[in-house]
Design a protein around this ligand. Sequence first.
Ligand code: C2O
Ligand code: CU
Length: 524
Amino acid sequence: MLPTSNVTGATSGPTDPSSELTRRGFLALGGAATVGATVAACTSRAPRSTAKPVGPHSAAVAAAERDREVPGAGRTAVQLTAGPADVDLGGPQVSTWTYGSLPGREIRVRRGARLQVDLVNQLPQPTTVHWHGLAIRNDMDGVPDLTQSAVAAGARFRYDFTVPESGTFWFHPHVGTQLDRGLYAPLIVEDPSDGADYDEELVVILDDWLDGTGRTPDTVLATLRRSGMESMGGASGSAGSMPSMSSSGMQMPQSRLLGGDAGDVTYPYFLANGRVAAAPHVVTSKPGRRFRLRLINAGGDTAFRVGIPGQKLRVTHTDGFPIQPVTADAVLLGMGERIDATIELPDTSVALLAVAEGKSGHAQVGFRVGTAPLSNPAGLVATFLKRSVLMSTDTRAAEQVRLSNRTPEKTHTLELAGPIGTYRWTINGKTYDPTRGLPVRQGQAARLRFVNRTSMFHPMHLHGHTFQVRGANGGGPRKDTALVLPNRTVEVDFVADNPGQWLTHCHNVYHGEAGMMTTVSYVH
Ligand code: C2O
Ligand code: CU
């Protein structure tokens, strides 16, 4: 049971089963009753403020949407059915939940277009869709109870919003551990004024897979809550990894690159575009062809180290936004992160490797060039892991998307801790409670300071905004998900220009479900 909020007159005692309703009651309360709690929660003795939260259905949300609309930009209508499916991963057969295929079919729209997605829920549970990375209208953000009621089993819901930015995005449910099943797909937003300096595009969506292999994400979370740790099968095979013991005496995968624990969960398979490495997605092409790779990490608990052994990546975008391009041997993607990079194919077949960082296993995409056979990349993993790795937080935003260096008018510190007791992960000592948000006001320059007091990395994600990571000399990349390594602090700046109630959370789905979520709460 989560701690009850201090909402006056709306709260029941912590042992009352209806306190669950209170925690989920933001929409039901219409916001107004929770206001005092939202603001006063910052310091328990602070005087009750009269600020009111800007709810998902408020006039401010509608006004912000009107500002985004591009007349004549057109409308894209999509049918999206979530339901049970039997899937062939390239050998292993699993029963899981998908959006009709694995990965789900890509949605591709133009910047400024209006996107209408008719979700049909054929799952045995309620679900929602969250449009990861897009700063859209708050009532379409897909967070159950905070921005909409979850869509019941058998019901439908129309998502309808203006797409504000171009880039590489994706979508997934925001209910329970559903993200760690097969419910994910790319959302690519094209900008007609983007000059294309490549011949072809390839979207590569990475995933760690266990659903339907005798476990489900729900049984995994239950095991974590019982033992504080999933059972680890064997030592990790990655260079630079050295197993350590968890408090429960079990082995945790380690990564030097991640500065500590590499994950809480063992996965039997790692997938690129829904396929295991032994039966990969293969692209047939020609020497010298230039590809724009759009890499997406849809994993639940795994960071991936990605690159082509012997080839260079020209990294151009982080989380959809352009950076000052850099050349790299390999890049690291935490859960929820995206990287765009261009490659030029050599005159022989190569493989794009995605090695599960600190864990045992990898996925791949094959590029068959000419008549050269695809080599077996397994033998290349050890050398690949010795190459240098670009961390996206070390890149710099392209000039045209840099946020101005405004001094923040509001700074919130988020102390990340866990796991505590029965696998609780907290922010500022609390598990998720939407009535205790971090207040901001529309128009403010705001800063979030993520302070990691744990021995594991956390990809911290903010809904509804793209922030600028504060790198050295104030020059970080624009992102919506930033890796925060153990014992480090990452500061991100954003302009509070999209009113509503916005989740900020760890994109490790087990950490998020175990409490590591809070809200950035616009008040007025
Ligand atoms: Cu992809 Cu709340 O996240
Ligand atoms: Cu985390």
